[in-house]
Design a binder for this molecule. Structure first.
Ligand SMILES: [Fe+2]
Length: 339
């Protein structure tokens, strides 16, 4: 069966942090996400328009990184079919009992080792009376504090081999590749791919990891409105000591308005200031950018993506990369001040 439209969207993610206090300060005080639960070493958070119990789980660990990505399928039957396909591809890791707000899931790994799961049964968020919005399409009131982002938007993964990763997601899970970057002069190697299971320009990007590492996270992105918000967010990050890596600007690839920062635990977070290009054509053709002619793809306004971090730093960091990120120390100090 054609796997297209068997997956619905990115439903939740779990980040690891060595600095829980700083990370929680970043997501709740600065971004304005709400805490919905705590269990063990984990805290569950949500944006005010996220549809389910939580969109982000933050778990204490020795190093930052990605612990899980949850993709919701379009039906219970689709979940069974994609689980079978993942098993046939040798990537299945078996059924789980789920988590808070998450029913039975099928765990798997990407070819590079990124931990993920598929889920159909989820708990749809019902706000308590004091948080219910008169805007009936909104799952909870807009918070009074923080930016705040509306919902989890997308993930960007680093991979040792972009093509292998991309083809598995296309063939096994039905992702469409909207755009890619190819090093034409270097023999045609794919160095990036932007993919989606729905009309969003991308819900997952895959970029080549020049350190040769496997299974690392580049960034997790949250969506919250218009490009002006990125400028406002940059002001807040400057004032509260959160390290800005790049932006605000708009990528040519995806046409997404971006601001990249490092949360105090060391994970790169993107604040996504518009929806980017939407793909409505069922028979769209993949757009290919040549690495040699890539400036517009990186940033329409000419912003620089720092070579010393953007194309090499991921989480968990490789040896020596920890010193590239200063937000951890600053975030802890700010958290103590705010408390
Ligand atoms: Fe992104």
């Amino acid at each position: 069966m054609n796997p297209r439209f068997e997956l619905a969207h990115l439903a939740h993610a779990e980040l690891l942090t060595p600095n829980m206090e700083g990370t929680l300060w970043f997501f709740t005080e600065l971004l304005g996400m709400r805490e919905v639960a705590r269990q063990g070493d984990s805290v569950y958070l949500r944006c005010y328009e996220d549809p389910y119990h939580h969109s982000l789980k933050v778990t204490a660990a020795d190093a930052p990184g990605l612990a899980n990505l949850g993709w919701r399928t379009t039906s219970a039957d689709a979940l069974e079919r994609r689980a079978d396909a993942l098993d046939r591809a040798g990537l299945g890791r078996g059924w789980t009992k789920g988590d808070l707000g998450v029913g039975r899931t099928f765990a798997f790994e990407s070819p590079d080792g990124h931990p993920m799961e598929l889920v159909w049964d989820v708990e749809k968020y019902l706000a308590p009376p004091e948080l219910r919005s008169p805007i009936l399409t909104r799952r909870s009131k807009r918070p009074l504090q923080g930016l705040p982002p509306r919902r989890l938007d997308h993930v960007n993964l680093m991979a040792s081999d972009v093509t292998v990763q991309k083809e598995m997601f296309e063939q096994t899970l039905g992702f469409g590749t909207r755009e890619r970057v190819v090093d034409v002069a270097g023999g045609g190697t794919e160095i990036g791919a932007w993919m989606s299971v729905n009309i969003l320009g991308h819900e997952m990007a895959i970029m080549a990891d020049s350190t040769g590492s496997r299974g690392r996270l580049h960034h997790l992105a949250f969506w919250y409105g218009v490009p002006q918000h990125n400028t406002d967010a940059a002001e807040l990050c400057r004032e509260y000591g959160v390290q800005i890596e790049a932006g605000p600007d708009i990528h040519g690839i995806t046409q997404g308005a971006f601001l990249y920062v490092f949360e105090p635990g060391g994970n790169r977070i993107e604040l996504f200031g518009n929806s980017g290009i939407l793909e409505l054509e069922p028979d769209f053709e993949t757009v290919t950018w040549d690495l040699a002619d890539f400036d517009t793809g990186i940033a329409i306004g000419g912003a620089t993506l720092p070579a010393e971090t953007y194309f090499v730093y991921g989480t968990p960091p490789v040896a020596g990369q920890e010193s590239l990120i200063t937000a951890s120390e600053i975030g802890t100090r700010v958290a103590a001040t705010v408390a």
